[in-house]
Design a binder for this molecule. Sequence first.
Ligand code: AMP
Ligand code: TRP
Length: 334
Amino acid sequence: MTRVFSGIQPSGDLHLGNYLGALVNWVGMQDRADCVYCVVDLHAITSPAEHDHATLPQRTLDAATVLLAVGVDPERSILFVQSHLHEHAECTWLFNCVAGFGELRKMPQFREKSEGKGESVSVGLFDYPVLQAADILLYHADEVPVGEDQRHHIELARDIGQRFNHRFGDEVFTLPKAIHPPAAARVRDLQEPTSKMSKSTSSDKGIVNLLDDPKRIEKKFKSAVTDSATDIRYDRTEKPGVSNLLEILSAATDRDIPDLVTEYDGQGYGTFKGAVAEAVIEMVRPIQERHAELASDPGEIERLLKQGADRAREVAAPTLARAKAAIGLLPPSR
Ligand code: AMP
Ligand code: TRP
């Protein structure tokens, strides 16, 4: 059976970009694949802006709660916290000795996040994609459902796996490929529709959180930046705001963009924005209801995460053992 792996950084406030870009696929793939999903807390400590040590434990638990609320099924899939397995950090070290300085320096996310920070940028931030490669390759993942922004990271994981297999002569690792959704693979900020909706760079007005109440969602869409014309059409360059809203509406209603353009062109931006808000409110309603139930029992979430870590270890530990032997490390005697 196809094996799927994906991860998400711990934030209590997962947003519409996370949901449409990645989580919808996470949930859907459970019907046809063996899925492993991870809250990547080790990644969350790589940049000071996102690393608040006092709130990280709660945010980790909150992220797991939201994942269950959107429909990750802990019976069928493995859901766990990255730092609960030492295998991820250990495998990262092996890959550090296979990955190249030059290829890491070119990673777009590293370039963005390190811009203007000079020499103070952490080694962890630089190494972030290598840890991500370890996440993926430890589970022999064939497919990795992610938003478009992760494309280069998945290609790097593939390159590292291929190089490792080639150099150490054993087919230890499966080579993964990224899976993106047909629409909304890159959801833009509602206030700045040329940049992606992102926890670290968007203002609250530009970002729609899955747990925002309906009034707030409506307000955010009503004040979304569009342009001064009135026509509704899909054109990423000339009409980034309207195009972003069309993609969101398409993903939320499962309708084609040309079909939506035929329906809404000529009706004015007010009506159109109202329709997008309504579709998104309806989409998140069941998630919010389920979230309220789950959040009332954090002990149960912790139990599920422990069970998930135990199941994850059964896959990751033997892969790491094979990788260590292949690279030439003497196994300890029993
Ligand atoms: P992160 O919050 O950075 O851990 O991202 C978790 C998942 O959400 C990854 O698969 C990202 O590619 C995806 N994602 C994050 N922001 C967006 C966005 N604005 N549009 C589409 N996908 C996104
Ligand atoms: N870097 C990813 C992001 O920001 C999160 C992530 C970590 C991930 N490990 C992963 C995604 C493994 C897919 C597979 O979205």
